[in-house]
Design a protein around this ligand. Structure first.
Ligand SMILES: Nc1ncnc2c1ncn2[C@@H]1O[C@H](COP(=O)(O)OP(=O)(O)OP(=O)(O)O)[C@@H](O)[C@H]1O
Length: 250
């Protein structure tokens, strides 16, 4: 697990200032959610954090190491799971290890050891098209985990799933993060999802196209234990936190 510090990130495209002075930390071993309206700059921020883009100002630190503009240090899972259709699940999942120079057979066996923890047992030789949406998402998450075991950036990882599968995946995700001891930053525009998954929710607000660059306007810490999040939505504490998030979103 690793600690992420986002310090004074500003970013824009041409005349448009998208992010201004975005600053927050994700504590080691925690799940943080970034919540913000469509078009506010969540993907732009993820591109900066993952090193795919260099910001106009500011720094990204991972365990005190400056990784600004340096791709490859964090795993970054895109909204679509993007499994390669012509590769079996085991080869999709072990790809990050192979790309890093691990021999194919060794990469497969290292990946296979984690199939049980990720609820993927028996799918090693299957093709992506033979798996349900939830299973494909588990495979994509395992692949991200193998890319970087101490920190994962996840861009709306569950948005394409139906409500039942999504609820199952939330429970599963909290359990797997706990067991693997990783740190994660998850983008979502679903308030209930943020409240269910996060130890801390950071709220982004702004409208770059209207000349209002986006910043972090506040955060809410979720004190409910991860193991009790199933029933959290039925509590007064959940509603209170939801009100706070809605008022921060404006
Ligand atoms: N390459 C680019 N060139 C010019 N403008 C861009 C570029 N990428 C993003 N933008 C603009 O930056 C702003 C933020 O876009 P971004 O995709 O980061 O938002 P978002 O919060 O991820 O949106 P969504 O939730 O809809 O995915 C938008 O106004 C968008 O038009």
């Amino acid at each position: 697990m690793a600690r992420l510090e986002i310090q004074g990130i500003s970013q824009g495209f041409g005349e448009v200032d998208v992010l201004r002075d975005v600053t927050f930390d994700v504590e080691s071993g925690e799940i943080a959610c970034l919540l913000g309206p469509s078009g506010c700059g969540k993907t732009t921020l993820f591109h900066v954090i993952s090193g795919l883009a260099s910001p106009r100002a500011g720094r990204v630190l991972l365990d005190d190491e400056d990784i600004t503009g340096r791709p490859g240090r964090l795993s970054y899972m895109l909204q679509k799971d993007l499994l390669l259709q012509h590769k079996r699940i085991i080869d999709n999942v072990s790809l990050p290890l192979v790309l890093r120079g691990v021999p194919v057979e060794e990469a497969r066996s290292r990946a296979a050891e984690l199939f049980g923890v990720f609820g993927l047992e028996g799918t090693e030789r299957r093709w992506p098209s033979e798996l349900s949406g939830g299973m494909r998402q588990r495979a994509a998450l395992l692949r991200s985990y193998l890319f970087s075991q101490d920190f994962m950036l996840l861009d709306e990882p569950f948005s394409a799933l139906d409500a039942f599968t999504k609820a199952d995946m939330h429970t599963w995700f909290l359990d797997v993060v706990e067991r693997m001891g990783t740190t994660a930053l998850v983008v979502t525009h679903d308030i209930d999802e943020a409240l269910t998954l996060a130890d801390e929710v950071f709220v982004m607000r702004g409208n770059p196209q209207a000349g209002e660059p986006t910043g972090i306007v506040g955060s809410v810490r979720i004190e409910c234990l991860r193991s009790e999040r199933n029933a959290y939505a039925l509590t007064e504490g959940f509603l209170e936190n939801k009100r706070r998030l809605l008022s921060l979103l404006g």
